[in-house]
Design a protein around this ligand. Structure first.
Ligand code: ASP
Length: 339
């Protein structure tokens, strides 16, 4: 669908709709928590935004219409394949906007950051209130995501997330609250910029972008990578159960700066073969996880400032790329993930 076909000089954008609360429908305008996510089509979201008329030709494709908790690897493969193809075959394309549920939006953003190598903006956007709510935040968020995707200033900054007038980078952004329109933050780094009626502001200078998995061909089957969460007197039997179930990678969400208990360290030693690739992240929500000789010796590489769900994505791609532990360690260092 094309929002405005009157002027052929308008820039072209691709809108990939995947569902989420931004496309949610509730029984009444005051139903803020009880609603169906992924009920409206991407084309309907655009129709509700006449303010976009005259800004761009927006081509909409409905890749899925789901609550983002239900996304699967096959959806990620579809998304990556479509974006790579669109950038490769459409030089006139200014950028890509993806409507997405907020619960796993940061995971998709980080996946794309690691795989899509193009200076044109890829912007993810969601909403905390369904489209049918009083003061729904989706329409303004989508309008601003389009503004950012069309902006020359947004080129070369990697994959971006636009929520509540803020522009976040894919690496740092995370959902920090279960409700409220300002539910996204970038711990440690802060947002990259903002968008308002004076335009798109990205004051930080972006350096050369390194896209480590740009050439990676994604197979239909992905390895299983589990996230384990540390806490007081955690049942360690879960670790051997995961090993027996054949997980290929583990992300350990340690206490503090990625700490494991003595019992957890012993449980890791029960792995019978070569250690799977493992990363150590933190449950704190901000601050780095540094190398630690004892835990490095167990095969647990520090995930730096990546949160557990993003560390898992890095690990998934490293496993698909058949990286050895030393290679992953070098990659973590070269991406300054340990900074
Ligand atoms: N349940 C929603 C999702 O699809 C939440 C949201 O979009 O805000 O992630």
């Amino acid at each position: 669908m094309t929002v405005d076909q009157a002027t052929s000089s308008l820039p072209t954008l691709l809108l990939l709709a995947t569902g989420g609360t931004i496309a949610g429908r509730g029984a009444t305008s005051t139903s803020l928590n009880a609603y169906t996510a992924g009920a409206l089509a991407g084309s309907e979201l655009l129709q509700a935004l006449p303010q976009l008329q005259g800004l761009a030709h927006i081509q909409v494709e409905q890749l899925a219409n789901l609550d983002s908790a239900d996304l699967q690897f096959q959806h990620w493969i579809q998304l990556v394949t479509r974006i790579r193809e669109a950038f490769a075959t459409s030089p006139e394309l200014a950028g890509v906007v993806i409507t997405h549920g907020t619960n796993t939006l940061e995971e998709t953003a980080w996946l794309l950051e690691l795989l899509i190598d193009d200076p044109r903006p890829v912007v993810l956007v969601g909403a905390m209130r369904p489209a049918t709510a009083l003061s729904a935040d989706g329409p303004l968020n989508l309008f601003q995501a389009v503004q950012v995707a069309l902006s020359a200033r947004a080129r070369g900054h990697g994959v971006l997330v636009v929520m509540d007038g803020q522009i976040h980078g894919a690496r740092a952004v995370t959902k920090v609250a279960t409700q409220g329109v300002g539910a996204f933050q970038s711990p440690d780094l802060g947002p990259l910029g903002w968008v308002d009626d004076s335009g798109v502001h990205l004051p930080g200078v972006s350096g050369a972008r390194f896209v480590p998995f740009a050439p990676l061909v994604l197979p239909p089957q992905w390895p299983e990578v589990a996230i384990v969460y540390g806490c007081v007197d955690a049942p360690v039997s879960m670790v051997s159960a995961l090993f027996k179930a054949g997980v290929k990678g583990l992300v350990w969400t340690g206490t503090g700066a990625g700490q494991l208990s003595a019992g957890e360290c012993e449980a890791i030693k029960t792995w019978p073969g070569a250690l799977p690739l493992m990363l150590r992240a933190s449950r704190c929500g901000s601050g780095p996880v540094h190398p630690c000789a004892l835990q490095d010796a167990l095969g647990l590489l520090p995930a730096g400032t990546l949160n557990p769900q993003k560390a898992r994505i890095l690990l998934l791609l490293a496993l698909i790329a058949e990286m050895e532990r030393a290679e992953l360690s070098a990659l973590l260092a070269s991406m300054a993930i340990n900074a």
